[in-house]
Every structure is written in structure tokens, then in C-alpha cells.
Design a protein around this ligand. Structure first.
Ligand code: NAP
Length: 242
């Protein structure tokens, strides 16, 4: 059996990624933080389509929880390797910097950036030894161009982009690729309070994207077909200039 771990797989973009990666034949390990009902729904949908998976509940902003959850899984599956990792879980806590609370800076950095470090570090060694791996990081337009009101989020996503480019070069020889996808405005819970009517005027395609459109690109990068793509950032934003 081949294993893939998708963080933030209970809702939104992560849910779609789980479903599509299962179609590649992976047993999908669905991480989430708190929404048991939606995580179960992702797993049920995978099973209904003939795939398989399991839940792995942990907070990606907590290094101890990451370590214990992954170590526990490895103990139970001593001969198995997680060969695909999608770092998708993320949050935003927007405010102009003068109004930003220190904890909102830290939460966003820990959840979006530090999680990349702790989770990837824990899994990459096995990929290197196995001489095969796919790491895909879901970043954001905000991490490429910066968006006002999002200094914390832009810093975190920009940090993941830079780290991905560095790591891609470190491990390219071992046949482990590291890429990013950078969505613009995608219709999920994260954007539900945004004024789509107003914002879509800025988008050449005149609409928000949907989770499946992002998941398709992530799944390509997570597949064996993307064998010569590494260190890249692919924007999925309906033509917004980046
Ligand atoms: P979403 O609908 O809000 O879903 C977030 C997912 O992440 C949920 O599954 C949630 O789990 C999980 N999560 C959040 N914090 C977590 C934590 N500390 N530990 C474990 N899981 C956690 O978000 P989305 O729109 O699908 O966003 C997915 C990714 O795309 C994020 O990295 C986001 O920054 C990025 N992105 C989104 C957009 C957009 O327009 N939507 C644009 C650019 C980039 P629970 O269900 O348990 O809460």
C-alpha cells in the first residue's frame, strides 16, 4: 500500500485534495484539527469512491503533537513509508500591523510556516532513503506579492515558498520533489466572509476559484507524472497578476 498525508483534509481545498489523491491509489491519511464530522465525511467519500484512508487528528501548530502522532503511526506501520506529503492546513488572522495582536502573528506563523518545518522534517528522511517522494505545499498569492492586512500570513506563506525552493535543491538528487501551489481567491470556509461580488472585479476570470481546481494541480504535482518539476510555485488565481 502507498501512503499520502494531507494536512487540513477535513474541509475546503484539503478535502478535495484527499479525494483526488485517493484516486491515484494512495491510502490517504487525513489530518485535521477539530472538525471530526467533516474529517469523517472526507474519509467516507474516499471509501464510497473505492479508495481507502484513515484519520490522524493533530494540531499542525504543535510540534509535540506532530511528533507523537507521526511516531505513533510509524510504530503501527513499521514497514510503510509516507511518500506523499501535502502541507495544506492553514489559517489567516488578518489585521493591519498596527492593530495586529502578537498572538495572531504567532498563530499564523506557527500554523502556516512552522508546521511545514516540523512535519516535513519528520517525513522527509524516509522519502530520501526510499529515493522517492512528493512534497506539495499550499501557499498563497499573499506569499508572492504580499497583501495589505496580511503581514503575518504573507510572511508565513512567503517563508514556505523560500523554504520549498531551498529544500527542493537539497533533495532533488534523491528523487524527492518539493513544489508549491499558490491559490488566489478560492470559495471555501476561509473566504466565506469576503465580498465575492466586489473582489471578482479584480480577477480577469471574474470569479472565485473552487477547491477542485486547486486540488487538480496539487494532485498532478503529487503524482509520478510530475517527475521533473521541483522548486516551482504554480499560481491558481484566474489570471490575477502576481
Ligand atoms: P478552510 O476551508 O478554512 O480549511 C482549513 C483546513 O485546515 C481544515 O481542514 C482545518 O481543520 C485545517 N486546519 C486549520 N488549522 C489547523 C491546525 N492547526 N491543525 C490541523 N489542521 C488545521 O481553508 P482552505 O480555504 O481550504 O485553505 C487551505 C489552504 O489553502 C490553507 O493553507 C490556506 O492558507 C490556503 N489558501 C486558501 C485560499 C482561499 O481562498 N481559500 C487562498 C490561498 C491560499 P478543521 O476542519 O479541523 O478545523
Amino acid at each position: 500500500m502507498k501512503f499520502a498525508l494531507v494536512t487540513g483534509g477535513s474541509r475546503g481545498i484539503g478535502k478535495s485534495i484527499c479525494l483526488k489523491i485517493a484516486e491515484l491509489g494512495y491510502h490517504v491519511i487525513i489530518n485535521y484539527r477539530s472538525n471530526d464530522k467533516e474529517a469523517e465525511d472526507t474519509l467516507n467519500k474516499i471509501k464510497t469512491s473505492g479508495g481507502n484512508g484513515e484519520l490522524m487528528k493533530f494540531d499542525v501548530s504543535n510540534p509535540e503533537e506532530i511528533k507523537s502522532s507521526i511516531d505513533n503511526w510509524k510504530e503501527k506501520n513499521p514497514d510503510s513509508i509516507i511518500e506523499v506529503l501535502v502541507n495544506n492546513a492553514g489559517i489567516r488572522k488578518d489585521a493591519l500591523i498596527v492593530w495586529m495582536k502578537d498572538e495572531d502573528w504567532k498563530d499564523v506563523i506557527n500554523t502556516n510556516l512552522d508546521s511545514f518545518y516540523y512535519i516535513t522534517k519528520h517525513l522527509v528522511q524516509d522519502m530520501i532513503v526510499n529515493k522517492y517522494g512528493r512534497i506539495v505545499n499550499v501557499v498563497s498569492l499573499s506569499g508572492i506579492k504580499g497583501l495589505p492586512g496580511q503581514t503575518n500570513y504573507s510572511a508565513a506563506k512567503g517563508g514556505v515558498i523560500a523554504a520549498s525552493k531551498a529544500l527542493a535543491q537539497e533533495i532533488a538528487k534523491k528523487n524527492v520533489t518539493v513544489n508549491c501551489v499558490a491559490p488566489g481567491f478560492i470559495r471555501t470556509d476561509m473566504t466565506k466572509e469576503l465580498e465575492e461580488k466586489e473582489l471578482k472585479r479584480l480577477i480577469p476570470m471574474s470569479r472565485f476559484g473552487n477547491a477542485e481546481e486547486v486540488a487538480d494541480v496539487v494532485t498532478f504535482l503529487a503524482s509520478p507524472k510530475a517527475s521533473y518539476v521541483t522548486g516551482e510555485v504554480i499560481s491558481i488565481n484566474g489570471g490575477l497578476y502576481t
